[in-house]
Design a protein. Structure first.
Length: 218
């Protein structure tokens, strides 16, 4: 396993989930406690803002293959973070719009964000590496949830608490842009040379076996 790649991806996973988990978990509580939404209002808000955001997955995946994955991470992750923090700070139609656009941008970044976990590890270590990274991601999520919950309990607003953990998302975007290799338009064997099989191995076996058969026939 390439330890440098593993460390970089793990740090990105931890810092990103410091923000992603609380933003998702505390949305309904914020709408209920602060904005006074009913259960039906929360359901309508979620369907109206989250469902269109799924289009970001399709568009983002396509753009990442054309312009590059690092570029879309560097643009979409910071912008979506700022918009989601804004959602926790305002009311009315502006809140709905921020949630919608923030979700679209987050969805656009998701394909490029997750594909690196597969591409940057060779076949023999891919499953093990992803297991470790997933566990570290959950640890980052837990820290983010505890931090936001503790800050809100101490009297901080949701917007202020989300801004604190949002720094982790910005750090993740910066690390991904600076240290991640650009993998668009590359084969897995090019990204992980260890997965390449020597062409001479197969060629050497063929003639040897064929020659043996000829000698036996003679």
């Amino acid at each position: 396993m390439d330890r440098r790649r593993f460390v970089i991806i793990s740090v990105v996973a931890i810092t990103a989930n410091l923000f992603v988990a609380p933003a998702s978990f505390f949305q309904n509580r914020y709408l209920d406690d602060v904005r006074g939404y009913t259960g039906g209002g929360i359901a309508l808000f979620t369907l109206s803002t989250a469902t269109p955001a799924s289009l970001g997955l399709i568009v983002g995946g396509r753009i990442a293959e054309i312009v590059g994955r690092r570029a879309i991470l560097a643009i979409c992750m910071p912008l979506s973070t700022l918009l989601v923090v804004g959602f926790f700070s305002v009311d009315g139609s502006t809140m709905w719009m921020l949630a919608l656009v923030g979700g679209l941008l987050a969805g656009a970044a998701y394909p490029a964000f997750t594909v690196y976990r597969t591409e940057l590890f060779p076949t023999g270590n891919r499953g093990r590496a992803n297991g470790y990274v997933t566990a570290l991601s959950l640890a980052g999520s837990s820290v983010g949830l505890l931090l936001v919950g503790g800050l809100v309990h101490r009297g901080w607003s949701y917007g202020q608490a989300m801004l604190v953990v949002g720094i982790g998302q910005l750090v993740a975007a910066a690390i991904a842009y600076i240290f991640y290799p650009e993998t668009a338009h590359l084969e897995l064997e090019q990204i992980n040379p260890i997965d390449q099989r020597p062409a001479s191995a197969g060629a050497a076996v063929g003639p040897s076996a064929h020659g043996t058969e000829e000698r036996r026939d003679g």
